[in-house]
Design a protein around this ligand. Structure first.
Ligand SMILES: Cc1cc2nc3c(=O)[nH]c(=O)nc-3n(C[C@H](O)[C@H](O)[C@H](O)COP(=O)(O)OP(=O)(O)OC[C@H]3O[C@@H](n4cnc5c(N)ncnc54)[C@H](O)[C@@H]3O)c2cc1C
Ligand SMILES: NC(=O)c1ccc[n+]([C@@H]2O[C@H](COP(=O)([O-])OP(=O)(O)OC[C@H]3O[C@@H](n4cnc5c(N)ncnc54)[C@H](OP(=O)(O)O)[C@@H]3O)[C@@H](O)[C@H]2O)c1
Length: 459
């Protein structure tokens, strides 16, 4: 039997397990899907916005894979460790070294995603009130590394730096406020903070033009459909983009974005309680404030004719008591695995991990840690299939190594205390019960102690 450990139960981990179970070149396979969290699904549980119920429901598809008898979920197992920055809240488990793990399995596939944020590298970035969007997302998603009480939304004006889909998510959640999120699984402390939020203005700011924004049109349009908020766009700012006057030469996605923005710029304001200002050609140069952030200083940019922008020297400040930096995610090195710090990925050749430029037998990667932090959930499926194909092609070599009978015993002897599928089901039941007690649907448990207690109830 070919025994494989997949580290990470996000989309890339689950799709890798699925591809390995479904192939028929090696009929007898057993796949353990390990995760440092006691809960599966990675960013589908801890990233996809709570008000995107349809995308959230993809958890049902991932669940069916993890229920395959050839696949076993083992949560609460951290491989490699070295989270950067270290989580504030305790994790009970020791870290398993990659080599120790490889002694229990014929192959290990790392699907650990990109856990941290890219830095802006401007003065004032770490002032109180300035946070990465990564942390804000983790907070409203109930990630147990995040303090459930981290965000008290006293700010009236918020700046979101970056114009990708994550920026759109966090702006939408701020603009929706709490009441509309009551029907979602948002944790209770976050729901109350959002219900009590004083934020009236959210400024989403891109350093390049509207035709170069990274958000997708569906997500952009949704900002215009929020019942309590309106989108404000300046046509003079849009017009700085050479493609604004005639977007016909743009790729379809960028053209649609420009057309949506044009529609908003041309319509009268509606006077709703909250406003989302979409701004362009402003690059952050400094976060202002002494004890806490009070605003962001930007430099006006202009197109350089090659897809980039150049500074004009003109400065503009936007007042803000909350700044969310949404400039992309970044892979984290795992102790004991090679890491390409400039790309933020594990160096690999079509999924085979490269050590000193050579494929390392039995070690593979898939998903964001293989290609970098871009792409939607579905992008990870072909990526995982490519990795699984490489592994299956290597199987004759991998199978030559004799292994102990059941890796679960080996994991335990190395100090791991895995949460098995029944433990995850117990967490789901506890979250449903928590929801009932709060007169809501399922409500997520936001802390390690709560999750681990739910996973292993004392009977
Ligand atoms: C905020 C946000 C919202 C998004 N919303 C959408 C959306 O609406 N629709 C869409 O299609 N795409 C969305 N995406 C993109 C999508 O989530 C990603 O493409 C996808 O999750 C990447 O999959 P992955 O498996 O590589 O990483 P992840 O989903 O991050 O999974 C990695 C897993 O590895 C585990 N792990 C990490 N380190 C270790 C370790 N050392 N030991 C053990 N386990 C470890 C983590 O706990 C996690 O479960 C969103 C992304 C973000 C950031
Ligand atoms: N609903 C969905 O489908 C959904 C939701 C969330 C996320 N996702 C996916 O998840 C992936 C990650 O999304 P993301 O939004 O984190 O990343 P992203 O799409 O790469 O967007 C990052 C944004 O940050 C800007 N930026 C980078 N460095 C900057 C700097 N130093 N100063 C100012 N701006 C800077 C980028 O501008 P430049 O372009 O100028 O570099 C870009 O606007 C994407 O593939 C996204 O589509 C999908």
């Amino acid at each position: 039997m070919l025994r494989i450990a997949v580290v990470g139960s996000g989309p890339s981990g689950v799709y890798t397990a699925e591809a390995l179970a479904r192939q028929d070149a090696v009929p007898d396979v057993a796949v353990d899907v390990l995760d440092r969290l006691p809960c599966p699904y990675g960013l589908v549980r801890y990233g996809v916005a709570p008000d995107h119920e349809k995308i959230k429901s993809l958890q049902g598809n991932l669940r069916r894979v993890l229920e395959d008898p050839r696949i076993r979920f083992l949560g609460n197992v951290t491989v490699g460790g070295a989270l950067d920055p270290p989580p504030t809240f305790g994790r009970g488990d020791p870290h398993l070294a990659p080599l120790a793990l490889l002694s229990l399995y014929h192959a290990v596939v790392y699907c650990v995603g990109a856990a941290t944020d890219r830095r802006l590298r401007v003065p004032g970035e770490d002032l109180p009130g300035s946070h990465s969007a990564t942390r804000f997302v983790s907070w409203y998603s109930a990630h147990p590394d995040e303090d459930p009480d981290e965000f008290v939304l006293r700010a009236r004006s918020a700046v979101v730096i970056g114009v990708g889909n994550v920026a759109v998510d966090v702006a939408r959640i701020l603009a929706r406020g709490g009441e509309e999120l009551r029907r979602t699984d948002v944790p209770d402390a976050a729901l109350h903070a959002l219900q009590d939020s004083r934020v009236t203005d959210v400024h989403v700011v891109g350093r390049r033009g509207p035709s170069q924004a990274k958000f997708t049109t569906k997500e952009l349009r949704e900002l215009g459909d929020l019942p309590g908020a309106e989108v404000v766009v300046r046509s003079d700012e849009l017009a700085l983009d050479p493609a604004y006057a005639d977007p016909s030469g743009l790729p379809p996605a960028a053209r649609r974005n420009v057309e949506v923005l044009r529609g908003w710029a041309e319509r009268p304001t509606s006077g709703r309680a909250r406003r989302i200002h979409l701004r362009f050609f402003l690059r952050p140069v400094e976060l202002l404030g002494d004890d806490a952030v009070t605003g962001v200083r930007f430099e006006r940019t202009a197109p350089d004719g090659q897809g980039g922008v150049a500074g004009t020297g003109l400065l503009e400040e936007i007042d803000a008591q909350l700044v969310l930096r949404s400039v992309g995610y970044r892979g984290v090195p795992l102790a004991g695995l090679p890491f390409d710090a400039s790309a933020g990925i594990v160096p690999n050749d079509a999924g085979r991990v490269l050590r000193d430029g050579q494929p390392s037998p039995g070690e593979y990667v898939a998903g964001w840690i293989k290609r970098g932090p871009t792409g939607v959930i579905g992008t990870n499926r072909p990526c995982a299939k490519q990795t699984a194909a490489a592994l299956v092609a290597d199987a004759p070599l991998l199978l030559a190594r004799a292994l102990p009978a059941d890796p679960l015993e080996g994991l335990r002897s190395l100090g791991a205390d895995p949460v098995e599928w029944s433990g995850w089901e117990a967490i789901e039941a506890a979250e449903a019960e928590l929801g009932r007690s709060l007169d809501r649907a399922t409500v997520k448990i936001p802390d390690w102690a709560g999750l681990l207690t739910a996973a292993r109830p004392i009977l």
